[in-house]
Write a protein of this length. Structure first.
Lengths: 469, 140
């Protein structure tokens, strides 16, 4: 670690791991409740489990992004973080708000929670992924603003690189688009229309820009890719991300009461959304192939962090497959009319969030462990191999299982019976769908076991003897 | 060069998007029959949110997939008749959770008769929104 302030990343990463454990566990509980409706009912109804599961995901990604930024910004800017103290205070505020929110979901009935948290004064709650009570939402704004200020001040006073410049544009987008979450229109259709401004523009635009920056940084750090080349790629990737992602928003506006022209706009631009993901994929794999081996004239390997790089490559594959391919499957209106609101969407969601975000954050965690322990070349341990293969295998397995389940859902409850009561329950009862949900649960268990290896590995790999120091 | 494509292209896409969004916002009142959005419908929507219904159900295809879609529940369960539907809703909400072993359960929300009336009005209003003829078939 070149700069002591990079150490503020540590609590962020550790807390992100804790949240990841919670996210997987609550996912498992939901998977069981899907099969046995009496499980945990009425103690924790499904909507509460789901809220905890999805909110933990969002918060863990934000924690991971913050940790990753605080780790890379000092190195990129070639100076200490503007205020490590602010970063630590922000951490505690965010962690406290996050824990309080989750406990609120679990121990207070949601209707009562809305009353306790001034939702009648400024209603914002009760919408998918934006269920957080008003104080929590205000807390998120506070945390994000202090994070942006800290990053911006560091970048402005230090060396400017393309990575930090692009990162800041992504951050500003992230902050601005969240503000729309504070407006809840009385008209359901307008509500749905604006809701996507936050949800889509986070997940399919600004967060992806962030991933581009992390991948660029990782390639320079791990395999010594040339900065000029990486930066040129980064500009191209993020240009395509915004070019396709912003108007690609149309693919959410096919069937929710918005005009027909979103069919063409959404189909065309969202079909282009995989292009930057292909570019990222090619970029990572090409650089990998070109740089593998020994440094010219030495016995030193080019690759200095195998576990981190494995996760960066997983990110390239996962982002392309989960967000790109699984997204493209159902992005055209002709297909989406049947897949809209089915298990197919959850298959896509699982692989996309994992592939695009979780993977690269785990890669950044390995980089931070390497930096903190002053390791020159970090090698895999047995746990690294177990965790990587079990987590990747588990999530891909869940995705395939949900895709099979989604297939019956699409055929029966949409194509044949059209979102009717009988269509819904007939589809849910078919062997294909039930088996899909069983396999999803089994694969979820494998993912969780893999996670235990991952946590163990991240906590102990720094002390392992098989690295070059 | 690449930098300008990023800023220029991003801004260009955003402007087109905002232009289309402006038009969409103009069209939404007509497409959603906003004139029929009575106080009861608005109260019903607030109840929908307050009880986190979207945590299990989809509404016009968005939400969770644990329980049935509700855009067409008025046609399906009320045969397009408001009195029938409201009567059905009172009975249905009172009967939760159903005592069938292993079946996925809907919690008892303890809504008052008036609240169920509001919720029904909200679902009736939603059923009439022009969603480009989604879902694909009506009854099976």
């Amino acid at each position: 670690m070149k700069y002591s302030s990079q150490a503020v990343a540590k609590p962020y990463f550790i807390f992100a791991l804790v949240l990841l454990a919670g996210e997987i566990l609550f996912g498992l509980l939901m998977a069981i409740q899907y099969l046995y409706g009496d499980f945990l009912f009425p103690l924790i109804p499904f909507n509460v489990l789901r809220m905890v599961h999805t909110n933990l995901l969002i918060v863990l990604i934000l924690f991971g992004f913050m940790g990753a930024t605080y780790y890379l910004i000092p190195e990129e800017s070639e100076r200490e973080l503007w205020s490590p103290k602010l970063a630590i205070i922000t951490f505690w505020v965010f962690a406290a708000a996050g824990v309080a929110t989750i406990l609120g979901y679990l121990f207070v009935p949601y209707a009562q929670l809305t009353e306790l948290t001034f939702n009648n004064i400024l209603p914002t709650m009760g919408r998918e992924f934006l269920e957080q009570p008003l104080p929590s939402k205000l807390g998120i704004v506070l945390v994000v603003v202090s994070y942006i200020v800290n990053v911006a001040m560091t970048v402005l006073k230090g060396r400017r690189t393309v990575i930090t410049t692009v990162l800041i544009t992504g951050l500003l987008g992230l902050a601005v688009f969240f503000l729309i979450a504070f407006y809840l229109p009385e008209n359901l259709i307008l509500d749905k229309f604006l809701w996507w401004f936050t949800v889509h523009l986070w997940v399919e635009a600004t967060w992806e820009v962030f991933v581009g920056c992390l991948a660029a940084y990782g390639l320079i750090k791990i395999i010594g890719a040339r900065r000029e080349v990486v930066e040129m790629w980064l500009w191209i990737e993020v240009s395509m991300l915004f070019g396709s992602g912003i108007l690609g928003m149309g693919h959410h506006y096919f069937w929710i009461g918005t005009p027909e022209y979103w069919w063409e706009i959404g189909a065309l631009f969202s079909a282009l959304e995989p292009v930057p993901l292909v570019a990222m994929f090619v970029h990572v794999v090409y650089d990998w192939g070109k740089e593998t081996g020994l440094k010219a004239g030495t016995e030193e390997k080019t690759m200095n962090n195998s576990p981190a790089f494995a996760w960066f490559v997983t990110n390239a594959f996962g982002n392309f497959l989960g967000a790109g391919i699984w997204g493209f499957f159902h992005t055209l209106p002709q297909v989406n009319i049947y897949t809209h609101g089915t298990q197919f969407t959850s298959a896509h969601g699982h692989l996309a969030f994992f592939g695009a975000y979780a993977t690269i954050l785990i890669g950044m965690m390995y980089l931070a462990v390497q930096g903190k322990n002053g390791i020159k070349v970090m090698n895999n341990t047995t746990s690294t191999i177990f965790s990587t293969s079990m987590i990747v295998g588990g999530v891909v397995g869940m995705t395939v299982a949900l895709t099979v389940a989604g297939y019956s859902d699409v055929i029966i409850s949409r194509a044949q019976m059209g979102a009717t009561w009988a269509g819904y329950f007939d589809a849910q009862a078919t062997t294909w769908l039930v088996q899909g949900l069983v396999w999803r649960l089994l694969m979820g268990v494998i993912t969780f076991v893999g996670f235990i290896f991952l946590a163990k590995d991240l906590l102990t790999i720094g002390k392992s003897a098989n690295h070059v120091r | 060069m690449a930098k300008n494509i990023y800023y220029g292209g991003g801004l260009f896409a955003l402007l087109i998007f905002l232009g289309l969004s402006f038009d969409t916002v103009q069209q939404i009142p007509k497409r959603s029959n906003q004139s029929n959005m009575t106080e009861s419908v608005v109260l019903g929507k607030a109840l929908w949110e307050k009880n986190n219904c979207v945590g299990c159900h989809t509404l016009i295809g968005e939400g969770a997939y644990y329980a049935p879609e509700l855009k067409n529940v008025f046609q399906r369960r009320g045969s397009n008749d408001e009195v029938t539907f409201k009567g059905y809703m009172q009975g249905w909400m009172a009967a939760q959770p159903l005592r069938e072993p292993h079946r996925r359960k809907m919690p008892q929300f303890n809504l008052t008769a008036k609240e169920i009336y509001n919720l029904s009005d909200f679902l009736i209003w939603t059923s009439k929104v022009n969603a480009n003829e989604w879902p694909p078939t009506i009854e099976g």
